[in-house]
Ligand binder design. Structure first.
Ligand code: BGC
Length: 472
């Protein structure tokens, strides 16, 4: 006889269950691929940039197969879908020297309108990100996020996005995980533009991204207060590798302050403040200060959470204030070495986001979890067969994170929805096609989709708006 007993955890009545993705990771958009229209489509052609040697030229062929994938979303009982716009395909050319009216490329507009309309017909809420790590190549060539024109260009992009898709989008996000992007592109050198340890470049990019966010926020609203606009922040609780080490504590503090807080804090305050000692240098100080239109330009909180991070100070010259990521793991890890750490999710939801819960009118900002998921590793060459369908670890990750999410709701946090990363396996940036984040498996060779056990589980949770756990 066992003494296991089932617990039913109910979610609030209007809670939204969904999935999240980004265009480049799934689309394989034909013109982008053929003409190498974006920095990322060029980056994947460079020798040694992608760990497993794959690229996103086909990815999940979402561009061809989106009708089938919408069916899957329906089958899983989901009511929210998040993706991003392909800026490079929508605006394949820069402004040039002749002044002319800027427009979106026609075929691309129809594709997105069809996608969003079909989602809406099924009662699925549409979440759209403008910038999810990919720049049009012409803009990247001019310096991307350090180009003096990037905020103008982003505003034009946002304005056209509102004109073409505003009637179909429920929640807009200007940029996805600005600090993850800036860290990878300016410090670690793993992503375009491929700079490394370039802290000044990183802060120039932060300032222009904040400026661009502010301008896009107002362009997307188009004067309508009810239009919901925010940005997605990657939250990663940091902890020192060696609790007793003042140097590890110091780098943990910097990483925490800059990686997690610099964006939401600047937006809430309407100004960029750079932490000491960097602010002691005049080229950094010049980047500080008020940014027009920025203050409180965040209607809801979009929280992406995967794991925590242990930080350590390394003896090197010149010393690096931000330290490095420790390789130690104290909890079970996913295929990418990221600890499954639901306690961190609870900390983010109940404490880290606390300073940003109240908007300019004194109202509670709604909170959406716009990404959370678990990676396993399987070669992109695998096709038919039973591999990876039984994904107990992903199921455990999902359950443990939903349990603490519900506790956070009980603690009074206004969480309105959860969007799992991701519906299908997809292209995981510099790691290639090997890491699998999908509830649905993709065999890249024949593009077949197959539901994993986690998909069945998630679909039951969404249908019941409840989760069953067993106390052992
Ligand atoms: C990004 C996604 C990425 C996921 C898993 C997030 O940082 O927004 O594009 O695939 O995490 O690494």
């Amino acid at each position: 006889m066992t003494d296991n007993s089932a617990n039913i955890i109910k979610f609030p009545e209007d809670f939204l269950w969904g999935v999240s993705a980004s265009h480049f990771q799934i689309e394989g958009y034909p013109t982008e691929v053929e003409r190498r229209l974006s920095d990322w489509s060029r980056w994947t052609e460079e020798e040694g940039r992608i760990l497993d040697g794959s690229n996103a030229d086909r990815a999940c062929e979402f561009h061809k197969r989106y009708l089938d994938d919408i069916e899957l979303i329906g089958e899983l009982n989901l009511k929210a879908y998040r993706t991003s716009l392909n800026w490079a395909a929508l605006m394949p050319e820069g402004p040039g020297t002749v002044s002319r009216e800027r427009q979106f490329a026609p075929g691309v507009v129809e594709y997105y309108r069809d996608l969003f309309s079909r989602l809406k017909e099924r009662g699925i809420k549409v979440f759209v990100t403008l910038f999810h790590f990919c720049l049009p190549d012409w803009l990247a060539e001019e310096g991307g996020w350090t180009s003096p024109r990037v905020a103008d260009e982003f505003e034009t992009f946002a304005d056209l996005a509102r004109q073409h898709f505003g009637d179909l989008v429920d929640y807009w996000m200007t940029v996805n995980e600005p600090m993850a992007y800036i860290y990878q592109g300016y410090v670690a050198g793993n992503w375009p533009p491929g700079a490394s340890q370039d802290y000044l470049g990183a802060f120039v990019a932060i300032r222009s991204m904040l400026t661009a966010h502010a301008r896009a926020y107002h362009a997307l609203k188009g004067g309508e207060d009810a239009v919901q606009v925010s940005f997605a922040n990657h939250w990663r609780p940091f902890a020192p590798e060696r609790k007793w080490s003042p140097l590890d504590l110091m780098v943990t503090h910097y990483r925490e302050r800059v990686f997690n807080h610099i964006f939401p804090e600047s937006i809430d305050e309407g100004a960029l403040n750079i932490p000491a000692p960097l602010s002691g240098r005049k080229e950094f100080r010049a980047l500080e200060g008020e940014i027009p239109g920025l203050k409180k330009s965040m209607d809801f909180l979009a929280v992406n959470y995967y794991t925590r991070e242990l930080s350590r100070f390394d003896l090197s010259w010149p010393p690096d204030l931000f330290g490095t990521r420790s390789k130690r793991a104290d909890y079970p890890v996913n295929g990418l070495g990221w600890e499954a750490y639901p306690e961190g999710f609870y900390r983010v939801l109940t404490s880290d986001i606390n300073p940003y819960l109240i908007d300019s009118k004194g109202h509670n900002r709604p909170v959406f979890v716009t990404e959370n998921g678990f990676a396993t590793l399987f070669s992109p060459d695998l096709s038919a067969g039973d591999w990876s369908i039984s994904d107990r670890e992903r199921c455990d990750y999902l359950i443990s994170h939903l349990v603490v999410l519900k506790k956070a709701i009980e603690a009074g946090v206004n969480i309105k929805g959860y969007l799992h990363w991701s519906l299908t396996d997809n292209f995981e940036w510099s790691e290639g096609l090997t890491p699998r984040f999908g509830l649905v498996r993709v065999s890249y060779e024949d593009q077949a989709r197959k539901l994993r056990e986690s998909a069945e589980l998630y679909s039951k949770i969404a249908a019941a708006n409840a989760l069953e756990t067993i106390d052992r």
